[in-house]
Design a binder for this molecule. Structure first.
Ligand code: NAD
Length: 329
């Protein structure tokens, strides 16, 4: 059985991996993976990494020198891996391509509903004995035009949820989904989506082509008061341009579960520290901005699926079987 160096380990992950593990030696490490911590993997044959672990060339070179033969990502996205370097080093990279896409789509809905009905503010207010409605007026989602960028697994589910709420759904994807079209989604070019949507939700992977897809130029194409939702990857937004558009009130609401500079910030309790990141600090001052710390995936169903698939990927590698969840180099 494999020795697995499990970087960026959190207590809630251990419960699921210990339950699903059948004989591997799991070495849970609190540290994130980077060139400074890579040597902690010595003695293991597999590295298990998460979204903000650094898998650049130097880090993987050190892993390789220390006997690592497989990178097992316990997430879907792989934008944090230098795939060219991994291929050159002969390090296969596997991932968990799907684990309850419902979890992420439903969290996106939760963010939208919270933002548009201000339930987070009402919750605190009522607990303090303030039962007034001043400042709590929201808007109906029914009848709005929702633009969905990326209609893969998560975007497709979110689109269907929005159709179910009586919205007009516009979508943009390089590969339109005919079943979604039949369900009532209208594929349009990206500029039309920007121009006509009241709510825009991002579900494309982070790629060179999608980095900063929301920027000063594309924001200018959107309706005044647009609500933007991002549960995909932080760098889809040019956050500084978004802050400017919030200040000018061009953006009417923003809900993000991911942040461009989330590394070193998310998944940690920094409540007793001074926040050093001025951009997130500014974002947190807006009453119409909602931030969650990359928790869209975080349901019991998804965690169980992540643990099962990750360990199955490792079993297959050990048994010399085809790696069905191999990330192509
Ligand atoms: P997916 O691969 O099923 O779908 C991605 C879609 O984006 C595909 O339909 C693809 O054709 C489309 N696409 C790719 N490049 C595009 C481009 N340039 N323009 C338009 N469309 C493009 O992925 P998924 O499972 O739906 O996940 C989407 C993203 O959600 C992931 O890449 C990941 O970054 C993010 N995610 C976030 C969380 C979280 O907890 N917040 C959890 C899981 C996934």
């Amino acid at each position: 059985m494999a020795g697995i160096a499990f970087f960026s380990a959190r207590p809630y992950e251990r419960t699921f991996f210990d339950r699903e593990n059948s004989g591997h030696s799991l070495n849970y490490l609190d540290a994130p993976l980077d060139e400074k911590t890579a040597r902690l993997a010595a003695g293991s044959s597999v590295v298990c990494a998460f979204v903000n672990d650094h898998l650049d060339r130097l880090t993987m070179q050190i892993l390789k020198e220390n006997g690592i033969g497989l990178i097992a990502l316990r997430c879907a996205g792989f934008n944090n891996v230098d795939l060219k370097a991994a291929a050159e080093l002969g390090l296969p990279v596997v991932r968990v391509p799907a684990y309850s896409p419902y979890a992420v789509a439903e969290h996106t809905l939760a963010l939208l509903l919270t933002l548009c009905r201000k339930t987070h503010r009402a919750f605190n207010r009522v607990r303090e004995g303030n039962f007034s409605l001043d400042g709590l007026m929201g808007f109906d989602i029914h009848g709005k035009t929702v633009g969905v960028l990326g209609t893969g697994k998560i975007g497709a589910i979110f689109s269907r949820i929005m159709l179910g709420m009586g919205c007009r759904v516009l979508a943009y994807d390089l590969r339109p989904d005919t079943a979604l079209e039949q369900a009532g989604v209208l594929y349009v070019d990206i500029d039309r989506l920007f121009a006509e949507s009241d709510i825009i939700s991002l579900h494309t992977p982070l790629l060179p082509q999608t980095q900063h897809i929301i920027n000063a130029t594309t924001l200018a194409k959107m309706k005044k008061g647009v609500v933007i939702l991002n549960t995909s990857r932080g760098a889809l937004l040019d956050t500084k341009a978004v802050v400017r558009a919030l200040k000018s009130e061009h953006i009417g609401g923003l809900a993000i579960d991911v942040y461009e500079q989330e590394e070193g910030l998310f998944f940690q309790d920094l409540s007793g520290r001074i926040l050093q990141d001025d951009t997130i600090a500014r974002l947190l001052t807006f009453p119409n901005v909602l931030v969650t710390a990359h928790q869209a995936f975080f349901t019991d169903t998804a965690m169980q699926q992540i643990a099962q698939t990750t360990l199955r990927n490792i079993d297959d590698w050990q048994a010399g079987k085809p790696l069905i969840n191999l990330v192509p180099g």
